[in-house]
Design a protein around this ligand. Structure first.
Ligand SMILES: Nc1nc2c(ncn2[C@@H]2O[C@H](COP(=O)(O)OP(=O)(O)OP(=O)(O)O)[C@@H](O)[C@H]2O)c(=O)[nH]1
Ligand SMILES: [Zn+2]
Length: 292
């Protein structure tokens, strides 16, 4: 019997799967057995090796899978916002939080470019901490050693994604955290020179120092919340749930319904008005999208 190895999918090129071996860090180009329906970046797989190439025999069940771009088994999403150039509005931030909030992971928010603003910004954005999100206020450009060490501890041993609008500082931060990441990128593309990529997909970079799988940032600077149903959006505003029991109707959508616990909580400032406004805007967007 040939030996079976366990690895993780870093990148997919047409029908070629680039796998990094969990034990040896060896990067192997694999094919998949026909019976396997679908493999996505981030999948943990078992493969056997014939000379230089591998053959994937099994895909482990996924813990989760991000949509667009698809990445499986993500342990932590960091949503990066910036205080200035560009100013990220609450609605924009909420869209990212909704998009990446699922039952297995809750994003950590990094408020970046703190060097460009005063302390008021920290006060204004504290509402996210009060909602239960882990928040950090940083300056990627002048990242302190303390923040660098702390953030590295947050990514160690994990598959991570840095998401956020274009220009918020994702690449700047990644370069500060993983100065060696670029080398890895070159290494992978060198191996794949022969293959021509046709599908637009993300890639994972393996960073051995911290044992981190880092998703490529392109593709994570936009989110499309119309991918979700209204019901899903409602559930992703997790702060609503504790007030929902005060709603007259069990299936209340907190819109035009009378005696709504969520709307009462907004009126009483227990739920930030900006969050509720974001919710209304998203519901409106989904309804308009449906009509088209
Ligand atoms: N003042 C200041 N500028 C920053 C900071 N972090 C990043 N920048 C600047 O913001 C600009 C955009 O940063 P990037 O790292 O390219 O942003 P990005 O999120 O990767 O953008 P995309 O690649 O378009 O998605 C660059 O000019 C950075 O130098 C910061 O902490 N403070
Ligand atoms: Zn309600």
């Amino acid at each position: 019997m040939t030996a079976l190895y366990r690895g993780k999918i870093l990148k997919i090129y047409n029908s070629l799967y680039i796998v990094v071996n969990n034990a040896t860090n060896e990067v192997v180009t694999c094919h998949k057995q026909k019976k396997i329906e679908k493999i996505v970046v981030g999948d943990n797989v078992f493969y056997e090796k014939n000379n230089d190439t591998g053959n994937i025999l099994k895909v482990e069940d996924r813990n989760n899978c991000l949509l667009k771009p698809e990445v499986a088994n993500v342990d932590q999403v960091f949503v990066v916002a910036s205080a200035k150039s560009p100013i990220i509005s609450n609605y924009q931030l909420d869209s990212f939080l909704v998009f990446f909030n699922d039952s297995t992971t809750r994003p950590i928010i990094l408020f970046n470019k703190l060097d460009l603003v005063n302390l008021e910004y920290q006060e204004q954005t504290k509402l996210y901490k009060n909602l239960g999100y882990e928040c950090h206020w940083i300056s990627a450009e002048n990242l302190t050693e303390e923040n660098r060490v702390f953030l590295l501890s947050k990514v160690a041993g994990k598959t991570v994604v840095f998401a956020g609008h274009s220009g918020v500082g994702k690449s700047t931060l990644i370069k500060k955290l993983f100065p060696e990441a670029e080398i890895k990128i070159g290494e992978i593309s060198e191996r794949l020179k022969r293959g021509k990529q046709t599908t637009k997909q993300t890639a994972l970079y393996y960073i051995s120092n911290t044992n981190t799988f880092l998703a490529d940032t392109p593709g994570f600077s936009q989110v499309d919340i119309t991918y979700f149903t209204k019901e899903e959006i409602k559930n992703k505003f997790f702060e609503f749930s504790q007030y929902q029991e005060n709603c007259k109707f069990g299936n209340c959508n907190h819109l035009k319904e009378p005696n709504c616990g969520v709307k009462e909580a907004v009126a009483g400032n227990q739920i930030p008005k900006t969050r509720y406004d974001s919710y209304l805007k998203m519901i409106d967007l989904i309804e308009k999208n449906k009509k088209r």
